[in-house]
Design a protein around this ligand. Structure first.
Ligand code: SF4
Length: 460
């Protein structure tokens, strides 16, 4: 096995204060997707995960997140770490590695205290997994972790890799929620973005999923596409709603630096904001919930996975697979991203952990706010029960600054993100970063390529 010491600065680059802090009203476009970051002078010792946490654990609700960083093709704007494969057959055997990784955790005893609420298959392209393998993984997870039998099981599918037979087989192995990277129903827009699906295949995929009776059918929609105007966004949104979906994630398109010409054709920040509120108000008017930015759902289709991961007080996440991220027992950590290295490490009976961070008390208090801001409501009582101090006192300065800008408001029970604040949710999250995390950018995409740990934790 190759050995290479990981320097935290390599994974979590440090930027200058002015680069990191987007000054209002500029919206911060670095989506905050995990916290705390990988900071501190020492390397993370994976055995910390199984020792007493430094901080109170508020909720033992658990999401098991299964990650597959593989795709059939690379979309031009993709910022993620992905490996290209030619077919489903090429990743046969990956399911067995995931199960071995799960069994290693089971051996340590750490899973016994958790209540399984949701299983989520994401990627990359999770619909590269064979349905039988999905079923096998689900069965093993349900066997290892206590649950009441009512577990939300989601698989993210690519519309060109999820035909009727595939979806039907998924449904029969227990998947009850599906989510598709539809992005648009306009062929011109799909072509400009270099995506492989067509409007026709997008409609067909959603029609098949709805027909098969999954509890929830969800779709991703992109807006702020090159040359798109607010009225075009409204037309698109209505097309999404007409398909009968019950959940929608609406992302403002972030083009990669390679797409310079298209960036020039994107709407200004002012128009981007107009598009954001057009989507927001249309959906709220139809009685949908804005569960967490950027996720909307019909009232009876709120995702357990979203609630456990983001809503304060957050639960735990066990990430399995190459590149998966976990938040367990007062630690956040990542697996090695390379699928080959993942295979090697698992086959040697070790956990494939690349690097992580054991929370300090400041990290844990900040985490409550940083992630919770995404759901717009931060309850005061669970914070006090866990930390013995009022969050209005701990974060008085941050709350004062954000209130002055009209982005948050206090009531007796909670801190709430205001209507104006919803557009700036990533700026708000970052305002609550602890001092040690400020100016650190998240571990992200291609910079994880080739990163391997100095050693791996053997589980005997
Ligand atoms: S955007 Fe999604 S489907 Fe496209 S390459 Fe990236 S991970 Fe794969």
């Amino acid at each position: 096995m190759k050995q290479k010491t990981i320097k935290n600065n390599f994974i979590t680059p440090i930027v200058s204060d002015s680069e990191w802090t987007a000054k209002y009203p500029k919206v911060d476009r670095e989506y905050v997707w995990t916290y705390p970051l990988l900071h501190g002078p020492e390397e993370f010792r994976a055995k910390e995960i199984f020792s007493e946490p430094n901080v109170p654990i508020i909720s033992n609700d658990l999401v098991v997140y299964i990650h597959l960083p593989a795709c059939l093709f690379r979309c031009p704007m993709c910022p993620f770490y992905v490996e290209l494969v030619k077919s489903r057959e090429q990743i046969m055997g990956y399911a067995n590695l995931l199960i071995k990784e799960l069994e290693m955790y089971e051996k340590t005893g750490v899973l016994s205290k958790y209540n399984l609420k949701a299983i989520y298959f994401g990627g990359g392209t999770a619909s590269l997994l064979f349905p039988d393998d999905v079923g096998k993984i689900v069965k093993n997870v349900m066997k290892c972790i206590k649950n009441d039998g009512n577990v939300e099981i989601t698989l993210e599918g690519h519309p060109v890799l999820a035909d009727y037979n595939y979806l039907s087989a998924l449904h029969s192995v227990g998947v009850n929620r599906v989510s598709f990277g539809i992005q648009s129903f306009c062929d011109d827009d799909l072509r400009v973005m270099g995506l492989k699906q067509t409007a026709k295949s997008n409609f067909k995929t959603l029609e098949n999923a709805t027909k098969l009776g999954f509890n929830t059918v969800s779709a991703d929609m992109l807006y702020r596409l090159p040359n798109q105007k607010p009225n075009d966004v409204l037309i698109q949104l209505n097309q999404f709603l007409e398909t009968g979906i019950t959940s929608l994630s609406a992302y403002s398109l972030e083009l990669s630096v390679r797409q310079g010409e298209q960036i020039k054709m994107q709407a200004s920040e002012e128009e981007d904001k107009e598009m954001f509120y057009l989507i927001n108000e249309t959906l709220l008017h139809k009685n949908w919930n804005h569960t967490a930015q950027p996720d909307y759902s019909h009232k009876s289709h709120i995702s357990e996975e979203t609630v456990v991961t983001w809503k304060a007080p957050q639960g735990q996440t066990l990430g399995l697979g190459a590149g998966a991220c976990s938040s367990i027992n007062g630690n956040t950590y990542f697996n090695v991203h390379s699928m080959e290295e993942y295979n090697n490490v698992i086959s040697e009976g070790c956990l494939p952990i690349l690097s992580g961070q054991k929370y300090t008390l400041a990290d844990a208090m900040s985490r409550y706010m940083v992630l919770g801001a995404r759901c717009f409501n931060l309850p005061r009582k669970p914070f006090f029960d866990a930390f013995g101090i009022d969050m209005f006192d701990v974060f008085s300065n941050e709350i004062y600054q954000l209130s002055k800008l009209g982005l948050v408001s206090k009531d007796e029970d909670a801190l709430n993100i205001t209507r104006d604040g919803k557009y700036y949710v990533d700026n708000i999250s970052k305002t609550f970063y602890s001092l040690e995390n400020r100016c650190h950018v998240q571990p992200w995409g291609e910079k994880m390529k080739g990163a391997v740990a100095k050693d791996y934790l053997s589980i005997i």
